[in-house]
Design a protein around this ligand. Structure first.
Ligand SMILES: [Ca+2]
Length: 234
């Protein structure tokens, strides 16, 4: 828990760096602790009923808009909002605290939690075909995560003959793309845009790469865990 500690003027922001690893989700909860500050005889004082406000900006280390966007908490003491950032490269992210439309009260709080959201055992799977990829167990399943800034994951699986690739996102109405490639040649065997659980049949001799990519709109992304499996077809 962090207390803002000062009255932040309207339109100004205070920035904080958060260290995360690839495959971790930063969760930033903002919590209002007072009513709106108004001008009194000797400076700003807390009012008795006006809505307080605080915006959390989620940014890349370069200061670009990222993650869940910029949630704004507004209302009475106790009201809160949550922002998120999914780390894909281990460089962490930046929180900006302030508000474009009002002052932010000094006793406003933010709470920062880091959750593990790996692809397979640890880390975040690369989104492109080059490099190394987490392996799916032979004729079995693994768990991955995508959404926010973690837009695509590529998995590797062995195949010898007819198999089916299945993806089952926890958020069932999330829209995403499934592509299957031959690892050796890079040839694409199939490409489908789906919503919710999907099963894609392919036939391959040798390793395949399965790429999943969230198709939610870029500035309003969502995040979900998913189960992915490549199983032999009878
Ligand atoms: Ca991922």
């Amino acid at each position: 828990l962090y207390t803002v500690g000062e009255l932040i003027p309207q339109g100004e922001y205070r920035y904080y760096r958060v260290a995360t690893q690839a495959g971790e989700l930063g969760v930033v909860r903002s919590l209002l602790q007072s009513w709106r500050y108004i001008d009194g005889g000797t400076g700003p004082v807390e009012s008795t009923v006006g809505s307080g406000a605080m915006t959390v900006r989620i940014l890349t280390p370069e200061g670009e808009r990222a993650g869940s966007g910029w949630p704004r908490a507004t209302g009475m003491p106790g009201d809160s909002e949550v922002g998120y950032f999914a780390d894909t490269n281990g460089r962490g992210f930046v929180i900006g605290l302030g508000d474009n439309y009002d002052r932010v009260a000094p006793d406003s709080l933010i709470e920062v939690d880091i959750e593990a959201v790996p692809d397979g055992a640890s880390g975040d799977a690369a989104g492109d075909l080059g490099g190394s990829h987490p392996s799916l167990p032979s004729n079995g399943a693994a768990t991955g995560h995508f959404g926010y800034d973690d837009l695509a994951d590529v998995w590797r699986a062995e195949a010898s003959g007819p198999v089916e690739v299945s993806v089952r996102p926890q958020v069932e109405d999330i829209r995403y793309r499934v592509e299957v490639f031959l690892e050796e040649s890079g040839r694409r065997l199939t490409r489908q845009v789906v919503t919710g659980p999907a099963t894609v049949p392919v036939t391959a001799e040798g390793p395949i790469l399965v790429r999943v990519e969230t198709r939610e709109p870029r500035l309003a992304p969502r995040f979900t865990a998913y189960e992915i499996a490549v199983r032999n077809r009878p």
